[in-house]
Design a protein around this ligand. Sequence first.
Ligand SMILES: Nc1ncnc2c1ncn2[C@@H]1O[C@H](COP(=O)(O)OP(=O)(O)OP(=O)(O)O)[C@@H](O)[C@H]1O
Length: 749
Amino acid sequence: MDEREYVLIRGTVEQIVFYNQENGYAVLRLASEEGAEVTATGTFPNIGPGEQVILTGYWVTHPSYGEQFATEAFERRLPSSVRGIAEYLGSGLIRGVGQRLAARIAERFGEDTFDVLTHAPDRLTEIRGITEKKAREIGRQFIEQSEMRLLMDFLSEHNLPVSLTPLLYKRLHDSAIDALCENPYLLCDPYYDVEFRIADGLAMELGLSLLSDERADAGVLYTLTFNLDNGHTFIPMEKLTHTVCVLLSDEDVEFDEARALESILRLSERGKLVREQIAGRDAVYLRSIHDAEAYLAEMLGGMAERCFLYDFDVDELLGALMEGSEFPYSEKQKQAISVAARSGLVILTGGPGTGKTTTVRGILQVFEALGLHTLLAAPTGRAAKRLSDLTGIEARTIHRLLEAGFAAGGRTAFAHNLTNPLECDAVILDEVSMVDITLMQALVEALPHGARLVLVGDADQLPPVGPGNFLRDMIGSHRVPTIGLTEIFRQAQKSDIVMNAHAVNAGRMPVPSGADGDFFFLKRSEPSAVIETVAQLCASRLPKHYGFTPAQIQVLSPAKRQGSGTVALNRRLQEALNPPAESKLEKRFGDWIFREGDRVMQVRNNYDIVWERREDEEQGTGIFNGDVGEILQIFPQQECMVIRFDDRIATYTYDMLGELELAYAVTVHKSQGSEFDAVVLALSDGLPRRLLTRNILYTAITRAKQLLVIVGSADTVAYMVENNQKGRRYSALKARLRAEPTPNASVLG
Ligand SMILES: Nc1ncnc2c1ncn2[C@@H]1O[C@H](COP(=O)(O)OP(=O)(O)OP(=O)(O)O)[C@@H](O)[C@H]1O
C-alpha cells in the first residue's frame, strides 16, 4: 500500500542546482509561498529561475542531502514580477541576452515583457543598444523557446523523453503537438530513434484504438525499418506478418495475420512498400530500399559490362608503367590494373598485406596516363585519411564528396546527385565492405554518365551497419569483374598481426609473437581483471615499453554493456588516463562525465555542426558517426564545449551531448574503417555469444598497424575463431544482378 502523503507546494524557482539536458531531470532550489527554502527533485524540462511552480509530490529524506521534495507532477507559470522576469530572461535562455540586458528589458516593459517579446519585439529598440535586427532575433528566440516549452510540457506530461523536443521541433515546428495527437506513430520514423512501444504508449494515453489502421501500418513500417539495422533489405512475407502480430498483440489485443496482410497490401497500394517475388521469396521492402537495391543492380550491372576501347595499344602503356614500379607487380595485380583500364566497374578484394593499396596506386597511375580525372573516397574520415596518406592524393568521405546536408525535415540530402553529378571520370572507393546500399545508391547516382568505378575492400570484414551486403553480393553475383588478391607479400609476412589475421580468417587459432613481435595475448578471464590490465597497458606499460602515447592506442571490445564492454572500459580508462583535476572543467551528462582532455566519438551523422580548420581558416559543416575527437575546452556559462576532430574544431552546445560518447574504448563495429598504431582488444568472459564471431575477431585484429594485445580468455578467442556465423541478411542484390535482364528495369526509368 502506498503510504506516501501527497502535498502541494507553491513557490518560485530560485536556482537550478542540477539539470540533465537529456531527460529534463533537475534539482531546484525553491522559495515557497510560505517563505521556506525547499529543495525539489523531479523532471522539469527547460525550467528557468524566476518561474512560478505548483508542485505535487511528497517529502523524502535523502541520506546525504536531507529533506527534499520529490515531485511527481507540476504546473508552471512564467514569472510575473519584474525581478522574476529579469532572472528568467537572463538565465541563458536567449543567446545574446545576459543578466544585465535582461534586467533592463524587464524594467522597461514590466509585466508586459513577455507580451512584447511575443507580439511586438520591435519595441525592444526602445532600449539603448538594441538594434532592430537584434530585437527581432530576441523575439524570434523567445517565441521558439515558448513553443519548445509547450512541446516539452506535452512530452513530459505523457512520459515521453523530453530529449525528443529539438528533433520534433526541427521537423514540425509549432504544429508538433497537433501532429502527435493526430498520429503518435509518427515517432516511429527512424529520425526520432524511438521504440515502437513508446509511440504506442502515447496512442493509448490519447485513447486511440489499438486496432486502428494507423497502428497496423506503423507496426509494419517499424518492423521493416528496425530490420534495416539488422542488415535486411527486405523481410519475407510470412516472417513479416508473424513479427508484426507479435509486436502489436498483448493480453488485451489480439492482432491477427489477416490484419497484418491487409496493412501490407494497403501500404503497397500507397507506394510505401514494394512486394516482389525475388530470390525465391515473397519479399516485402520499404519502397526506398527496394528502389536502392533495384537501382544498384541495374546501374552496376550495366557498368560492369561497359568496355573502354582505345585507339592505341593500351598494353604497351600498361607495360611501360609497370616496368617503372619499385617492384614487379604480381600477375593478379597486373590483371587488376589492366581490367580497371578497360572496364566500367571493377572490384579489388583481399585481406591485409595482399597488395590492394599498391594496386590502387598502379590504377591511379594508369588513369592519370589515360587523362582521367579520378576522385578517391572512403566511408569514414579515418579511412579517407589513410587512403590519402598511402596514395598522396586527397581522399574524402563519401558524405563530403557528395556534399551531404540536411534537407527540410531533417532528412539527408546530397548536393551531388542525379541532376548535379560529380565532375570526374572515375571514382575509387576504399573499404567498400562498410558501405550500405543506400549510401552506395547515393554515390552511383552522383556519378556522371560513363564514369568508371573501382571498388576496393575486404569481403571478410564485418558487413555494413546499414542494409544489404553490398560487397559480398556484388562478388557473389559473378557479374562484376573481380580480382581477389590472395598472396601475402613478403613485407607483410613479417607482421604477426597480418599472419594471424589470415589464420583467424581461415579458422585457425592465432599464435602470439615472441619477445619482439607485434601480437600478444595476456590471459585474463574475469571482466574486472581484464579491465584493470587494459587500464595498466594504456596508462603505463605500452607508453613505457613501446613509446606509444595514449592517443596512439585504441581499446576495442565486441560489446558495449556486458563483460569487459566499452561502457565499463571507458569509465576505468577515463579515470586512468584523464582523471579529475582542478584545472579541468567537466560536464555531467546522463550517466557520463565529459571532461576537458577526454577522447570522444560522435555517434550519429550530424550535417549541421559547423567546424573550422585553424591552419587554413576553412569552414565546413558535418561531423559524422564514428568521428573521434578530443574535448579541448568546456564553457559552463555558454553551456558548450569545443572539440577537436583531427584538424577540425567544432563547438557542441550541451543539448548536443547525446551525440557523443567517451571513446577510449569503442566497439569493433564502430572501429571499422579505422586503423590505429596499437590496439588492445578486451575479450573477457561473459560477452554475449552473438558478438563472439570470427569476423568480429578478424576485423578487430586488422585494425592494428604496429601492435595488437588481446587481453582475455583463451576460451573466448577459441570460440570466436570457431564461430563462423555471419548472421543471415535478407538481400536480393545478388539475385537481381544474376537475373538477366535486371528485373524492374522499367520501373526505374
Ligand atoms: N607486387 C609486390 N611485390 C612485392 N611487395 C609488394 C607487392 N605489392 C605490394 N607489396 C608490399 O606488400 C605490403 C602490403 O601491400 P599493400 O599495403 O598494398 O596491401 P593492402 O592489401 O593494402 O594491405 P593492408 O590492407 O594491410 O594495408 C606492402 O609492404 C607493399 O609494399
